[in-house]
Each structure stands twice: as structure tokens, then as C-alpha cells.
Design a protein. Structure first.
Length: 357
């Protein structure tokens, strides 16, 4: 059974998805939509001789096509809600790029609509599938009752995207939604219980301050500390810096429990496991999944994500990454953004109560 894809949005991430599909068997891309001609040309180049899709300016043409089984939504964050409202009028399967939406109201709406949608709705939180992180997730029992999770990302500034849409909070949901929903999703996977309170401090200190677009200076954060407290008594912390291009490791992750600790990095070659009892330690080599045929921009994670999505479609399984996961990652990001704006802790319950949840 060949899965026939339609791609909506062919900027950097849309083309990343196409590259992964080019390397896969039993798939076809039959339709592509993007209002920007340059983006459509990028997609055509990436498709090469492997796919010969129809190209459209209007995404509705892809949704209306009878020969499209599955969609990839990789349009700018702020467009997700409108595209998904139209998707929910179809029965098509969909992989929706992160963040699911830019506002709590929109994320709640998508989550609610997904409950009755006939197709699979899979949220693109692909960091779970990076080899160092998947190894870490596999070895969580080694540390016992998890008490702390620390994620550090020290990296380069935001890349330029089409029409510079990612330079403004109104389009992205804010840095801690746009970029960090991946990390909050990982925290929610690792730390027992539900997040209850978020305390954050951050600023726009270095990046994009000399840029002006249509008279507006970018307002996205480029550094932050975020603490997330869970009802289990455990907590997690994010240390983000986006003016640290020379870092040895772009990401470092540590999980500490009552009997031991896990440490790894992205990129990374090993997972370090230490135990309090006898102060023993073990180094587990990290090996790329042999099924990966295109490593791409995310260390093979996007390829594995598509394998899971396709398997769910063919076998009628539930999505591995749900809209509930996408919603919770957005909620934590929005709470962190609000904490920075107000200088106060933000309780998840009070944030959702504003939306009547």
C-alpha cells in the first residue's frame, strides 16, 4: 500500500519532510501547496526525479484532492489553526508540525477536534526520536524514582525563514513555544506526574536587535531559564541560550533519580549511567537506528517519525505523538512566556481556567 502525501508549506521544515520521504519506499508525494513561489521551487528541487507532484498556491487544492491520503502541515506556526480547521472537514491523516498552535485557545480547539477526526493526527515533536534522547528514554528505569530533569540548549540564533515570520511573538507563540515545545514535551515524557507551576526568567539580550521588518524590531527571546514543577514533587529545568554558536554540545540532558543519573548530549555518542550505590558507572554507546536512510537536520529523528506515522496509518494504530502531547507542550511554553512577562510564577491550572478548561 503506497501512502500518498500532500505537503502544505515547503519552507525549511517542509523540505526536510520531503527529503525524508524521498528516501523512503512505498510513499508518493502527489500534491504540494505553498503561496510563495520560491518555496515551491525549493520543494520541486528536493523532489527531484523521485516525485512529480502537482503544485498549488492554495492549500485547499491539496485538501480537496481525492488522491491524497496523508498530509504534512509545515506552514508557519500562526497558520496552523486555520489549516487544521479545514483539515478537520476531511478524513485525511495529518502530521502537524510543532508547535501545534500559537495560542492556548487554538491548541485546545485542535485537541478537541482531533478527538472525532477519522484520520490520524500526529504532532511533529520529533526530538523524541533523536538517537541520544531515545536511548535516554529507554534507560529511565535505571535511575529509579525520577526527581530532576535538566535540559540545556546552547545554540545559534533563529534562522531566517520566508518573509521573516519567525522574528515576532505574534507569529510564533514566542521562543518558549516555537523552539522549546520540544523540550517541554521531553520533560513531560520523563518526569512523573503533571506540570503544575512554571517559573521563568528570560530576555532578548543579543539577537536580532539591529533588524527591522516593516518598521518593527523583532521581539523574540534569545535566552531563558525555565523551571517546571510537577505534582509528583519532581521538577525540570531548561537552560536556553541562542547566542552560543561555539558550544561543544548543542544540547545536554541529565535525568536524576533516587538511585542514579543519566547524562547524554545532542549530538552525542554515548549515554552515561551512574549509580549512587557503590558509585558505579556504565557508558552505553548510541547507535543510529539502521532503518534511517536520511539523517537530515534532526539526526534521523524525522525519518523515524515518518516510519511511525506510516505504520499507524497502515495498521490502524493510534498516533505515538498525540494532540494531547502537543497541547501540554504548548501550555508549558505559554506559561513560561507569561512568567517572564509578569515576573511571577504561573500555575497551569489558572492558565487553563482562563479558557474555561
Amino acid at each position: 500500500m503506497t501512502i500518498r502525501y500532500g505537503i502544505i508549506g515547503t519552507g525549511m521544515m517542509g523540505c526536510e519532510h520531503i527529503r525524508n520521504l524521498v528516501a523512503m519506499d512505498d510513499v508518493d508525494i502527489v500534491a504540494i501547496a505553498d503561496p510563495n513561489e520560491n518555496s515551491r521551487n525549493w520543494a520541486k528541487k528536493v523532489c527531484g526525479d523521485r516525485f512529480s507532484p502537482r503544485f498549488h498556491e492554495n492549500y485547499q487544492d491539496v485538501l480537496d484532492a481525492d488522491d491524497v491520503d496523508a498530509l504534512v502541515i509545515a506552514s508557519p506556526n500562526f497558520t496552523h489553526i486555520d489549516v487544521m480547521r479545514d483539515v478537520f472537514r476531511t478524513d485525511k491523516h495529518v502530521m502537524l508540525e510543532k508547535p501545534m498552535c500559537t495560542t492556548l485557545a487554538d491548541a485546545l480547539e485542535v485537541n478537541e477536534s482531533a478527538k472525532t477526526h477519522k484520520g490520524i493526527v500526529w504532532v511533529g515533536l520529533e526530538y523524541r526520536y533523536m538517537p541520544p534522547i531515545s536511548a535516554l528514554l529507554d534507560h529511565l528505569p535505571a535511575v529509579g524514582d525520577i526527581k530532576m530533569c535538566t535540559i540545556r540548549e546552547h545554540r545559534f540564533p533563529f534562522l531566517k525563514k520566508v518573509e521573516n515570520w519567525n522574528r515576532f511573538n505574534r507569529n510564533t507563540g514566542g521562543t518558549l513555544v516555537e523552539k522549546c515545545c520540544h523540550f517541554f514535551d521531553l520533560m513531560n515524557q520523563v518526569v512523573p506526574g503533571e506540570p503544575v507551576r512554571v517559573i521563568a526568567s528570560g530576555a532578548q539580550s543579543v539577537n536580532h536587535l539591529d533588524e527591522v521588518y516593516d518598521g518593527d524590531v523583532p521581539d523574540i527571546l534569545d535566552n531563558a531559564y525555565v523551571i517546571v514543577e510537577y505534582d509528583s514533587g519532581a521538577r525540570a529545568m531548561l537552560d536556553l541560550c541562542m547566542f552560543a554558536e561555539g558550544s561543544r554540545h548543542e544540547q545536554q540532558l541529565t535525568i536524576t533519580g533516587d538511585i542514579g543519573k543519566l547524562e547524554t548530549s545532542v549530538p552525542g555518542d554515548d549515554l552515561y549511567i551512574s549509580k549512587r550505590q557503590g558509585m558505579t558507572c556504565e557508558t552505553v554507546p548510541i547507535i543510529m537506528d539502521p532503518r534511517v536512510k536520511d539523517v537530515g537536520l534532526h539526526h534521523g529523528a524525522s525519518f523515524l517519525e515518518h516510519l511511525g506515522f506510516i505504520e499507524a496509518i497502515r495498521e490502524g494504530k493510534l498516533p505515538a505523538v498525540t494532540t494531547e502531547d502537543g497541547l501540554l507542550s504548548v501550555i508549558v511554553g505559554l506559561a513560561a512566556q507569561e512568567s517572564i512577562e509578569t515576573g511571577l510564577p504561573v500555575y497551569i491550572k489558572s492558565l487553563t481556567q482562563k479558557q474555561g478548561q
